[in-house]
Design a protein around this ligand. Structure first.
Ligand code: GAL
Length: 445
């Protein structure tokens, strides 16, 4: 997927405000979503029936918001972008039961759970063999999945797991092909709250069955995703359903139809600025496909991983928040530095991501390495991000804020999120130095 960096003006589509009323500047994710999300029309009835049932003592607040209907009040799964942690980006194939328990402990003690990071997701390599009845077993790294789920739930967290519609996962462990209902039932029995379903070897099945017929391959893929969706619904247990097929076949156009709460829009992220920023920038134009219950997923966070600098980590967090992307941390919490914790737990950045309006941001202007993105927020506010993807600091070289293109009046009241500073009234003439690979994030009204 190529990035579309252009000189000149790019209009963001659909900057329409649905909610009036001032929501305040520095509102944490919990407070924002507690006000109730504007939810989509695609209710997941069966999932809704037991929403929240999985949570333990401290019920996480952000994941499910009530939707008042004439008939009943039905919660929407993933009313705001899911937040949590996933094992792949740091632990990859080495992840163990102990790593998950340590992570659960640390999500609580560091404050991450209370900041909204409630899902603890085990990625690939937990899978063992099937027993004589075809029931999937976890492997020796995960001696007792039910006990692990109980442990995680007692911490007020939720547990996620991973599988594939193919016979093998991407790491060549056991997939769910021809065992979909059985696997969903097993996950429900264990107490699983989130499933990432990764295409992997099923791509080969599709190609073998319909060589040179992409339309027929696509139909097979959709049916495979729908099949697991129905299997989850049948369990009666709410599970966030996360599609991973690398953004093929414009998944954002049909993801909701196969029950997806989120769908990967790209290939894998890695912990370097080029890959991370390429993915972030390439999301321009996808805003209209995001809505409560249905999110574009540019992959999990690498904040705190690899050699990302402070400014690069801040840019990463800002890109994802502006995209209303799922915030699934991927770092090793046992060695999280305070600087990384501060970025991941910045309340105002999280509130932008989790804003109850459920609107994804889009690029409104680009000139060379400088890009301005806007995201509509509740209360008539907007988040504006001024990115500098270049190799030297930029004083914006005469680039204005493009308030008009963001649907804003000529004078706005602004707050600088990362500087935690109220700026008072500003106009298009606002100037700031944006560091190399850095960003200035404003909330304006
Ligand atoms: C990839 C996927 C990664 C990770 C990995 C596990 O296909 O994109 O996020 O899940 O498989 O094998």
């Amino acid at each position: 997927m190529g990035i579309r960096v252009r000189s000149g003006m790019l209009k963001a589509g659909g900057l329409v405000l649905l909610v009036a009323g001032w929501a305040g500047w520095a509102v944490g994710a919990g407070a924002q979503t507690a006000q109730g999300a504007q939810v989509s029309q695609v209710a997941q009835a069966a999932q809704g029936a037991q929403a929240g049932a999985a949570s333990g003592a401290a019920t996480p607040h952000h994941a499910v918001a009530a939707r008042p209907t004439a008939a009943a009040t039905r919660p929407v799964t993933a009313a705001t972008p899911p937040m949590g942690w996933n094992s792949w980006n740091y632990f990859a194939g080495k992840v163990t039961d102990k790593d998950i328990r340590d992570t659960a402990d640390l999500l609580v003690s560091t404050g991450m759970r209370d900041a909204g990071y409630v899902y603890v997701n085990i990625d690939d390599t937990w899978e063992g063999e099937r027993d004589a009845n075809g029931k999937i077993q976890s492997n020796s790294k995960f001696p007792d999945m039910k006990a692990l789920a109980d442990y995680v739930h007692l911490k007020g967290l939720k547990l996620g797991i991973y599988s594939s519609p193919g016979a093998k996962t991407c790491a060549r462990y056991e997939g769910s092909l021809n065992h979909e209902e059985q696997d969903a039932a097993t996950y429900a029995e264990w107490g699983i709250d989130y499933l990432k379903y990764d295409l992997c070897s099923y791509g080969g099945v599709m190609r073998a069955q319909f060589p040179n017929d992409p339309a027929a391959q696509n139909k097979m893929m959709r049916e495979a995703y729908e099949k697991m969706h129905q299997a989850i619904v049948k369990t009666g247990r709410p599970m966030v359903y996360s599609l991973c097929q690398y953004g093929w076949d414009s998944v954002w156009e049909w993801g909701p139809q196969v029950g997806a709460n989120l769908w990967r829009t790209t290939g894998d992220i890695s912990a370097n600025f080029d890959r991370m920023s390429l993915i972030g920038r390439s999301q321009a134009g996808l805003a209209k496909y995001a809505a409560p219950g249905h999110w574009n997923d540019p992959d999990m966070l690498e904040v705190g991983n690899g050699k990302l600098t402070h400014d690069e980590n801040v840019t990463h967090m800002t890109l994802w928040a502006m995209l209303a992307a799922p915030l699934i941390a991927g770092n090793n919490l046992t060695e999280m530095k305070p600087e990384i914790a501060a970025i991941l737990m910045n309340k105002e950045a999280i509130a932008i991501d989790q804003d109850a309006l459920g609107k994804q941001g889009d690029r409104i202007y680009a000139e060379g390495p400088v890009e301005i993105w806007a995201k509509p927020l509740t209360g008539g506010r907007k988040a504006l991000a001024i990115y500098n993807f270049g190799e030297t600091a930029s004083d914006m070289h005469g680039i204005g804020l493009h308030l008009k293109e963001a649907g804003l009046p000529a004078h706005v009241t602004a707050r600088d999120v990362w500087a935690a500073k109220d700026l008072g009234k500003i106009t298009d003439a606002y100037k700031v130095t944006v560091p190399k690979h850095g960003v200035v994030l404003l909330v304006v009204r």
